[in-house]
Design a protein around this ligand. Structure first.
Ligand code: BMA
Length: 329
C-alpha cells in the first residue's frame, strides 16, 4: 500500500477527467438483500421506457461462483432497488458453458431490435468465453449461448448496424498471456467473422502493455465512437488495472482515430486499492445524461464494490486529441 488514499488528490497537472461520486462505493455486498461475498463490474443502461438507471452487477458468492443481479435507481447513484434474488443465474445443466459462473456483463440497447443485449463472460470448463442473452425486461432472457469460445472476454456490442452487420468488440487471450482488443462482425448476432485487431496492447513499460480489454460498450459521440479501455500493468506486487481512451470512426469502426498516451483513471481511493483484488478499477457500464454530455461511468472497485464517476464527453474528446499517441512502442 502506498500513502495514496481518499484524502490525497492527484497533482493538478493531471486533469481529473473522471470525478468520483462522494458516496462511493455506491453499492457494497452489505447492501445486498441476500448473502454476497462481493458485488462489482456491473453492466449499466438507462431504461428506454422509464429513464431509470439499471445496473446488472456481478455478484460472487462464497463458493467463488458469480451470477448477475439487477439494481435500479432514479438518479443512478442512490435509492437502489435491488432484486431480492439473483436475476440471472448460471445454469450448468442447460448451459454447460456456465459451469463456474457468469461474470462482467455489458449491456447495449439494440434500437433496431427493440431489445437489450447482455454480453457476459461464461466461465466454462475450458476457460472463459463470451455469451449473449437478449431481454426486454431483465426478468426473462433469450439465451444465445457462448458466441465466442475461450479464452475470450470483455465483449460488448455497438448499438447500430454497419452495412447490415452487427459489430462486437472483444478480447481474446493468447497462450503467451498477450491480449489485444479485437472487433468482429455478424449478420445475426450468432455467427461472428471478419475478425481483426482493433487496438493492440503496447509494449515494455507502458501502462497498457501486453494486456488490454474493452471497458463499457462503445459510446456514440458526434466525433466518433469513444472507447474506455483497461490496461493491465504487471508489477512485482501484482497487477494494476487502469483506464484509457480511444476514438473510432463513426461509419467505419475498424478505423482508430485517436488513442490516449496516458491513462485517465486508476486505483486511487482506498476502496479501489484494497479488496479481494487490490488496485483494480474496472468500468463496465455507462449512462449518458439528458444534456448529451454528462457520462456516469460504473466500475468495479478492487473486485469488491461498485463505484460511479462522472465525466464530460466534450472534455474527454478535447483531452484525447491533445494526448493522442497511436504507436505501441
Ligand atoms: C479481469 C476480469 C475482471 C476482474 C479483473 C481484476 O481479468 O476478469 O473480472 O475484475 O480481472 O481481477
Amino acid at each position: 500500500m502506498s500513502n495514496r488514499d481518499n484524502n490525497v488528490r492527484p497533482h493538478p497537472d493531471y486533469q481529473e477527467l473522471l470525478k468520483r461520486h462522494p458516496g462511493n462505493p455506491i453499492l457494497k455486498p452489505e447492501d445486498w438483500p441476500y448473502a454476497a461475498n462481493s458485488v462489482f463490474n456491473p453492466g449499466a443502461i438507462r431504461l428506454v421506457h422509464t429513464g431509470e438507471v439499471l445496473l446488472l452487477a456481478r455478484v460472487e458468492d462464497r463458493r467463488g461462483i458469480s451470477h448477475l443481479c439487477k439494481a435500479v435507481s432514479a438518479d443512478g447513484a442512490s435509492g437502489w432497488k435491488i432484486d431480492s434474488r439473483p436475476t440471472l443465474l448460471p445454469d450448468r445443466k442447460l448451459r454447460p458453458e456456465e459451469l463456474w459462473g457468469i461474470e462482467d456483463p455489458r449491456i447495449t440497447w439494440m434500437g433496431d431490435l427493440g431489445r437489450y443485449a447482455v454480453t457476459y463472460t461464461s466461465f466454462s470448463g475450458g476457460g472463459p468465453g463470451v455469451s449473449l442473452a437478449l431481454t426486454d425486461d431483465f426478468k426473462s432472457f433469450d439465451h444465445y449461448g457462448m458466441i465466442l469460445p475461450p479464452e475470450d472476454k470483455d465483449a460488448a456490442f455497438f448499438p447500430k448496424l454497419f452495412g447490415g452487420h452487427w459489430a462486437m468488440i472483444h478480447r481474446p487471450l493468447r497462450a503467451s498471456g498477450e491480449a489485444h482488443i479485437w472487433i468482429s462482425f455478424s449478420p445475426d448476432l450468432r455467427h461472428w467473422g471478419s475478425h481483426r485487431i482493433l487496438l493492440p496492447a503496447r509494449h515494455g513499460a507502458w501502462w497498457d502493455a501486453r494486456k488490454i480489454g474493452l471497458s463499457p460498450p462503445p459510446i456514440e459521440t458526434s466525433e466518433g465512437w469513444l472507447l474506455l479501455y483497461h490496461g493491465v500493468r504487471t508489477t512485482a506486487a501484482g497487477s494494476i488495472y487502469r483506464v484509457g481512451l480511444a476514438l473510432l470512426d463513426l461509419e467505419n469502426p475498424v478505423k482508430v482515430i485517436y488513442r490516449s498516451s496516458q491513462w485517465i483513471f486508476g486505483p486511487h481511493s482506498l476502496y479501489e486499492r484494497v479488496g479481494d483484488v487490490g488496485d483494480v478499477v474496472f468500468p463496465t457500464g455507462f449512462v449518458l445524461g439528458d444534456d448529451g454530455d454528462t457520462l456516469q461511468v460504473y466500475y468495479g472497485a478492487a473486485d469488491t464494490t461498485i463505484g460511479v464517476a462522472t465525466a464530460s464527453v466534450k472534455e474527454l474528446l478535447a483531452w484525447l486529441k491533445k494526448n493522442n499517441y497511436l504507436g505501441t512502442s
